[in-house]
Design a protein around this ligand. Structure first.
Ligand code: MG
Length: 163
């Protein structure tokens, strides 16, 4: 595929860690004593990726598309948000070239899950797994990440237009 036009997008999100909720990162359920609080399934990574995709195409942010005050998104699978964003950019002639992302979590240890998460997101983006890179960082025991109060995620997406 020959590409002559590119757009880059940035995404960031944070959700609070609480008891009694599942921990879902990039569509993958991860065993942990805490989970992420939120209106939807609170998949902090998919929210950051969705924002990066929308941002790259100049389409605003996830809060405009899927307001967390809208009852229809209560408990929603965040895959729905990401796939809607992918469809929206595809309809405008864009394809996802690659995704790089970072999960900021003191615990659980994510190194064993990074590959599974990358494969999960690649399937949602309809791209090869080697075009998705997932990194994990701790909070060095300081700040809201280090105190296990929250998990953050950052994402950068490149879109390309076919010619
Ligand atoms: Mg969010």
């Amino acid at each position: 595929m020959s590409l002559s036009e590119y757009r880059v997008g940035l995404g960031h999100d944070r959700h609070r860690l609480v008891v009694g909720r599942p921990l879902i990162l990039g569509g993958v359920a991860i065993e942990f004593e805490f989970g992420l609080d939120g209106h939807s399934d609170a998949d902090v990574l998919l929210h950051a990726v969705t924002d990066a995709i929308l941002g790259a195409a100049g389409l605003g942010d996830i809060g405009e598309w899927f307001p967390n005050t809208d009852p229809q998104w209560h408990g929603a699978d965040s895959k729905v948000f990401l796939q809607a964003a992918v469809r929206a950019v595809q309809e405008r002639g864009w394809s996802v070239v690659n995704l790089d992302c970072t999960i900021h979590a003191e615990r659980p240890k994510l190194s064993v899950h990074k590959r599974t998460i990358a494969e999960s997101i690649a399937a949602m983006l309809e791209i090869a797994a080697d075009r998705v890179n997932v990194k994990a960082k701790t909070g060095e025991k300081v700040g809201p990440i280090g105190r296990l109060e929250a998990i953050d995620a950052d994402a950068v997406v490149l879109l390309g237009r076919s010619v």
